[in-house]
Design a protein around this ligand. Sequence first.
Ligand code: ATP
Length: 268
Amino acid sequence: MTGTKIPHGHPRAKSLRIREELIEHYNNGIVTDAGLIAHGRGEAFDYILGENTNKPALNAIKVAAAALLTAKKPVISVNGNTAALVARETVQLAHAIKAKIEVNLFYRSLERELAIKKLLEGSGASEVLGVGKEASERIPELSSERRRVDPQGILIADVVLVPLEDGDRTEALVKMGKKVIAIDLNPLSRTAQKATITIVDNVVRAMPKLVEIAAKLKNQGMMKCNEILLNFDNQKNLAESKTLIKERLSEIAKTSKHLNIEDEKHEL
Ligand code: ATP
């Protein structure tokens, strides 16, 4: 039920507000019931990770910005949860890195595609690919509806940002020779493991940070971007996220208390 007033001082206020947004977009047909469940899995990891953008996440965001800025044909792939949570930031990022935006859904219906397109356009998008007959091409070896792509977008992209993706498509896109950037709170998921660059962070924090860092990095030039890309090892960075989970769980085990959610700040 939406519309419930969340008290300001509630310790879980931020997280509850995100839920409210998702429920609102569930009611208007943008988010699916499976999308709500998927969010719950993400929330569990976010809780353990401390609900902040930690060091490995920030590192991956910087590398993702470098990959997007040096791309020839970058595309941001948008599903229901992404549209519901970060439509505005998706459009801001597309402008900053000159990327195309494409709707790509596991549960496709023209009605849903159009609702997501409308939401993105309402947030400032001038072009939204992958809607209806425009998604006329197929990604090889993929059976889900996520295989349908736009010949002007994901099909010819060299770098694809896939916030909240599934493992099969990530793997298929990598096999097609594309660099895949995933945002996924679960460092153990197939998506996280198969992506070229994995940002283990909540999409609501990662996307605005990506916009901010891309704008800064743009001024530092392509040499700087290439240097950042050369020094990155995704498996090593993912291992740091897993270590963080281990450390935070050990902390709870020692103190027998619930984890305090800290608002830690990490500098670039
Ligand atoms: P995979 O196929 O990669 O193994 P999965 O089957 O575990 O993935 P899905 O149901 O396809 O997962 O998608 C949910 C994924 O998205 C989960 O890994 C979850 O942690 C992540 N997730 C959900 N909400 C968010 C969010 N707000 N920010 C970042 N990640 C999220």
